[in-house]
Design a binder for this molecule. Structure first.
Ligand code: TYD
Length: 217
């Protein structure tokens, strides 16, 4: 069993994940934890190279299974090279997207099947699931409006997909959430950032309270 906490953040496009991730990182540090913040796809060189392929707007002919396998390959390398060593040295991993992105996007929204995508990912990470996943749930319309309003980051291949796809991604997350109700905590990401962070702080209070009780700390 690993010693550090493994926490992931999930959400559909425009849920405010990046802003929230920075704020959660600060919050966890304030609680005295040593935090390694990372993201998927990416986080280390080999996985960042795979990310460049998978998110390249030119790769319009990419097959759904190829996409799923590339995400899983990037995940494997990130897992062995960065996640496991950090957890084993007692650090908290805070990862922006992880396996649930694959289950929701490739498994459900792209129609490959949550079970199928689960099995290639189980191979990639040996079934080692996060201890806690914070799912930022935003209405797809609100999310897409936010992306266009901020315009701050480049629009990637998947941003260009239709509203229907984003709606399916949300349905996918809700389906995954119903399979892992203890691990995944849903946060309403439609209101302003302060209201979102208040919900997240209470999720973290609960999680850290429970795990500390269990460890007799
Ligand atoms: P990114 O620019 O990091 O987007 P975001 O800010 O929304 O996290 O691009 C990641 C994209 O990759 C995003 O559209 C979701 C998608 N993705 C998958 O489809 N499957 C996966 O397993 C992962 C990790 C990401």
């Amino acid at each position: 069993m690993s010693k550090g906490y493994f926490i992931t953040i999930e959400g559909n496009e425009g849920a405010g994940k990046s802003t929230v991730a920075t704020m959660i990182e600060a919050d966890l540090r304030d609680r005295g934890l040593e935090v390694v913040a990372t993201r998927e796809p990416g986080g280390i060189s080999i996985a960042e190279q795979i990310r460049a392929i998978v998110l390249d707007n030119k790769n319009t002919t990419m097959d759904g299974r190829t996409e799923a396998l590339l995400y899983a390959a990037a995940r494997r390398q990130h897992y062995v090279e960065k996640i496991v060593p950090a957890l084993e040295s007692g650090k908290t991993i805070l990862c922006d997207r992880f396996i649930d992105s694959s289950l929701a996007y490739q498994g459900y929204a792209r129609g490959l099947g949550i079970e199928e995508v689960w099995s290639i990912n189980a191979f990639a990470i040996g079934g080692h699931m996060p201890d806690l996943t914070i799912y930022l749930d935003v209405d797809p319309e609100v999310g897409i409006e936010r992306i266009h309003a901020h315009g701050g980051r480049e629009i990637n291949r998947l941003d260009l997909e239709s509203l229907t796809f984003h709606t399916r991604v949300r349905e996918g997350y809700l389906s995954v959430l119903s399979q892992f109700p203890d691990r995944i905590k849903r946060v309403d990401a439609n209101p302003d950032i302060e209201a979102v962070m208040a919900q997240i702080r209470s999720v973290l209070d609960d999680f850290l309270g429970k795990t500390e009780d269990a460890a007799g700390r």
